[in-house]
Design a binder for this molecule. Structure first.
Ligand code: NAP
Length: 362
């Protein structure tokens, strides 16, 4: 049996509880993992002066694969999100967010099976911004006016939206390869190329070129982002794999998470050529920290994605089946699932009790 050496980043808030629950399920499933614990989180600021120590990045570089809990990003404190830093440092250009129906979640939709492939490094999230009133913003505003590009009000803040041929080609190619490898039949590229001709227009042009290379193997189509949102809500069965620039990917993946029952059950992965970091979509939910109430399903499903990435498909399937059974029975579920089904949290169980129920079904 192969021993997988994995970097484990518990994070903060509810992170330590849900990652402990995840570890116990993977161990009970018999997967041979040697965990290397690494730190990240707001709580490190005082001691280390950074929420993301170099040792944590080094550990991921050495092990290639990491799984993490959420990390708090205090609003206005001046330090950059740990997740954004990790994506940049390790060039994790894919944000993979599957959204599929599970029984017993009280979700508004049934039979959803979508995969969102979000570009993770470009677009409005590139972090290139000019503050209102700054010299740089004034210079850019003057340049736009002088060059005839257009007038910008002098009291504007400005964020740039770079979208490259390289970035677009690699994300759309990745989405198509993922679709083929996972028995999917259709890829939809999402954009606003009718308005944003040079950024989204480029993304669409490159996406179509890449899509042509898969003719006969995959159906390839494109949709304008606003129409796509309506289509997802009205006729989700028309979609399969969606590939999107960063901002639309962020928004649409949460929309799809909402369709299948919310953040407590939405898994994710950040993937690059060399490294992969698995994590739930949700944040650190500080108000529930240390209370043994958070739902660890999103963390567990992120681990299921990780196991598939590691070639441990049998264990992944077994864990997914156990989760389905526990949710379907509905007797040992966390407060959020109980509330979605009955309107009250009465009768819910804690994080540990739920993960023990999953273990009992393995
Ligand atoms: P959040 O932590 O995701 O929590 C928002 C709400 O979602 C919770 O109050 C809870 O709703 C529900 N929820 C989230 N996770 C849950 C779970 N495991 N089980 C049950 N319910 C869950 O979002 P936030 O409050 O906006 O963000 C808190 C911090 O997390 C921020 O500092 C943010 O920057 C950070 N964050 C980190 C990551 C990451 O590390 N990947 C991602 C997103 C946000 P109810 O109270 O209604 O039940």
């Amino acid at each position: 049996m192969t021993t997988h050496r994995i970097t484990l980043i518990p994070g903060d808030g509810i992170g330590p509880e849900i990652t402990t629950a995840m570890q116990s399920v993977l161990e009970a499933a018999g997967v041979d993992i040697s965990w290397e614990k690494a730190e990240a989180g707001a709580h490190l600021m005082e001691r280390l002066g950074t929420p993301l120590p170099e040792a944590t990045i080094d550990s991921i570089r050495a092990n290639k694969v990491a799984i993490k809990g959420p990390v708090t990003t205090p609003v206005g404190s001046g330090f950059r999100s740990v997740n954004v830093q990790l994506r940049k440092e390790l060039d994790l250009f894919v944000n993979l967010r599957p959204a599929f129906s599970l029984p017993g979640t009280g979700a508004r939709y049934e039979d959803i099976d979508l995969v969102i492939v979000r570009e993770n490094t470009e677009d409005l999230y590139a972090g290139i911004e000019f503050e209102e009133g700054s010299l740089e913003a004034a210079g850019l505003i003057a340049y736009c006016e002088e060059s005839g590009a257009g007038r910008i009000r002098p009291d504007s803040g400005i964020s740039l939206k770079p979208i490259s041929v390289t970035g677009s080609r690699r994300i759309v190619s990745w989405a198509c390869e993922y679709a083929l490898a996972n028995g999917r039949t259709k890829v939809t590229a999402v954009h606003k190329a009718n308005i944003l001709k040079y950024s989204d227009g480029l993304f669409l042009r490159v996406a179509r070129e890449v899509g042509e290379g898969y003719a006969g193997r995959l159906q390839f189509e494109d949709r304008i982002v606003d129409a796509c949102c309506m289509g997802l809500v009205m006729r989700p069965e028309e979609f399969d794999v969606l590939v999107l620039p960063n901002l639309y990917g962020d928004i649409i993946s949460d929309l799809c998470a909402g369709m299948v029952g919310g953040l407590g059950i939405a898994p994710g992965a950040n993937i690059g050529e060399e490294y992969a970091v698995f994590e739930p979509v949700h944040g650190s939910a500080p108000k529930y920290a240390g209370k043994n109430v958070a739902n660890p399903t999103a963390e567990l499903l992120s681990a299921v994605l990780m196991l598939r990435h590691l070639g441990e498909a049998e264990a992944a399937d077994r864990i997914l089946t156990a989760i389905r059974q526990v949710l379907n029975e509905g007797t040992a579920v966390t407060y959020d699932i109980r509330r979605a089904n009955t309107g009250s949290t009465d009768g819910s169980v804690g994080t540990t009790e739920y993960s023990n129920a999953v273990i009992a079904h393995l």
